[in-house]
Design a protein around this ligand. Structure first.
Ligand SMILES: NC(=O)c1ccc[n+]([C@@H]2O[C@H](COP(=O)([O-])OP(=O)(O)OC[C@H]3O[C@@H](n4cnc5c(N)ncnc54)[C@H](O)[C@@H]3O)[C@@H](O)[C@H]2O)c1
Length: 284
């Protein structure tokens, strides 16, 4: 077994050294949980985030040599609304210059094709995509260790990732490719977006015709036919779709094809927010 390089960051309590890159909403609870099982150090480019995280876990000033890298950096949109994967490529390039044969697990939400492109571009031959499913109510139980989808670059990556995530107690749903894992994350958030946009449109119709939306909702939601897998569940229409993930992820999916349905859901949400503002300001 090759000797481990000495580093001030590792306490060498476990058999693997893990670096979590991106210590925000998703990365920090992941790093804290992983540190119960392995030697973990974090890294983030934002000094304020580093300061907060270093109260909970050791944090390095750069990407350091590790056996497993968990990538939980932010992903966004370009000014013209296209997927912006610069942070993923930046981190993957830097990992490859430190340790190209480590296992890299990309947990950030990415556009389809990003993981394979990053692996090929930077010669990372052990790479998986295990998109995170965060819930602020309990970021560990319903985030880190809830059932997670996992797609791998190759068999070796898959075996390594299964061993690693099993030790963390993360139940895995293994899919056949990186792309299946990528699109499944986008689909679950886009699906939620479309469902909420439908509720918003219905709330607007009800509002315009003086019909109580809540009563309509409750009436519709009595329809349950489990034996046919046919359920109606009209969601609440609140203040419009907020947060970063749903609006971003539906646009990642929309970037793949011209979809009047997805475009319409985005427009419906914009219209609903304007309608709510009009009602609050007393405009007709
Ligand atoms: N927050 C959620 O509810 C949620 C749920 C599921 C998936 N995700 C996805 O997980 C990813 C992270 O989301 P988050 O909510 O934790 O974001 P966040 O903004 O809270 O944290 C991301 C961190 O990444 C750091 N970062 C960005 N680029 C970096 C780089 N090149 N090098 C080092 N650090 C870098 C930022 O400084 C930031 O602290 C995103 O892709 C998001 O879509 C988020």
């Amino acid at each position: 077994m090759p000797e481990r390089p000495r580093s001030i960051y590792w306490r060498l309590k476990g058999e693997l050294r893990v670096q979590v890159i991106g210590l925000g909403t998703v990365g920090l609870p992941t790093a804290i949980h992983a540190s119960k099982f392995f030697d973990v150090v974090g890294y983030d480019k934002n000094p304020l985030v580093v300061k907060r995280a270093s109260e909970r876990i050791p944090v390095a000033h750069s990407i350091v040599e590790a056996d497993v890298y968990i990538v939980a950096v932010s992903t966004g949109l370009t000014p013209d609304g296209k997927p912006d994967m610069a942070s993923i490529f930046d981190v993957c390039e830097r990992i490859s210059s430190v340790r190209a044969d480590a296992l890299v697990s990309i947990e950030s939400t990415v556009s389809v094709g990003t993981c394979r492109a990053a692996a090929e571009k930077f010669g990372l031959n052990r790479l998986v995509h295990c998109p995170h499913r965060y819930w602020s109510g309990d970021p560990v139980k319903y985030g880190v260790v809830q059932t997670r989808v996992l797609g791998a670059l190759n068999e070796e990556s898959l075996r390594g990732a299964v061993r690693f995530y099993s030790r963390l107690g993360v139940p895995l749903h293994i899919v056949s490719s990186l792309e299946v894992a990528e699109i499944s994350k986008l689909a679950e958030n886009a699906h939620r977006f479309v469902e909420i946009a439908f509720a918003e449109s219905l709330a607007m119709v009800c509002g315009e015709y003086g019909i109580p939306f809540q009563e309509v909702r409750e009436a519709c939601n009595t329809l349950r036919r489990p034996e046919y897998n046919y359920q109606v569940n009209i969601l609440e229409a609140r203040d419009g779709i907020g947060g970063e993930c749903l609006p971003k992820d539906i646009r990642y999916l929309l970037s793949l094809l011209h979809s009047p349905l997805l475009r319409g859901a985005i427009d419906a949400d914009i219209l609903y927010k304007a309608w709510l503002r009009g009602r609050k300001s007393g405009l007709p």
